[in-house]
Design a protein around this ligand. Structure first.
Ligand SMILES: [Fe+2]
Ligand SMILES: [Fe+2]
Length: 183
């Protein structure tokens, strides 16, 4: 039985999807004029940058995708290139969402449209992205990666987690707190 090198990523997607559900929920209220908690968007940006991007996407880019390329998957015009591009598109939405939420928090009016556009854009992008990884890229990785690289990959994931003690708990608690408020 080969060691599984993608289940940990599927599990991390679960928490990312819970934050995306919150973004969708609160953004629908924002668009309807019933939500004005700009800090939520700054917290969502913090979650996305530090949990989804630095923690999760870094493992994908530095460990999983890197191993796939070493084991014969092309880097260009390939699923890897598509996933990298979507990570970058996500970063652009997050940057725009942060700027608009910060302006709104500072009292500038007219930021709602920008926040709705980029929050919705990010949520749609990431849902599609996670589906592609869970349903296509990760099963493919499980088929093609040789046994010999798997323990090294699991160790590299551990190192990424060890650099950030408490990070997973912090962001789980953030999601839980906003879920309570959304009830
Ligand atoms: Fe990804
Ligand atoms: Fe992912």
């Amino acid at each position: 039985m080969k060691a599984n090198v993608t289940q940990v990523m599927v599990d991390e997607h679960q928490l990312i999807l819970r934050m995306i559900t919150l973004v969708e929920h609160n953004t629908a209220l924002l668009a309807a004029g019933k939500f004005r908690n700009w800090q939520f968007y700054l917290d969502a940006v913090d979650f996305i940058r530090n949990y989804a991007d630095r923690f999760h996407h870094a493992k994908e880019e530095d460990v999983l995708f890197a191993e796939l390329v070493k084991n014969g998957m092309p880097e260009k015009q390939s699923p890897i290139e598509a996933m990298h591009m979507e990570h970058d598109q996500g970063r652009a939405h997050v940057q725009a969402m942060e700027e608009a939420a910060q302006k709104a928090l500072d009292g500038e009016t007219g930021q709602t449209t920008v926040i709705v556009e980029h929050a919705t854009g990010y949520a749609t992008l990431l849902r599609g992205h996670i589906d592609k990884e869970n349903d296509i890229l990760y099963p493919l990785a499980e088929r093609i990666l040789p046994e010999s690289v798997r323990n090294r990959m699991l160790a590299a994931y551990e190192t990424a987690g060890a650099k950030n003690p408490g990070l997973e708990l912090k962001y789980l608690q953030m999601v839980e707190a906003y879920e309570q408020q959304a009830k």
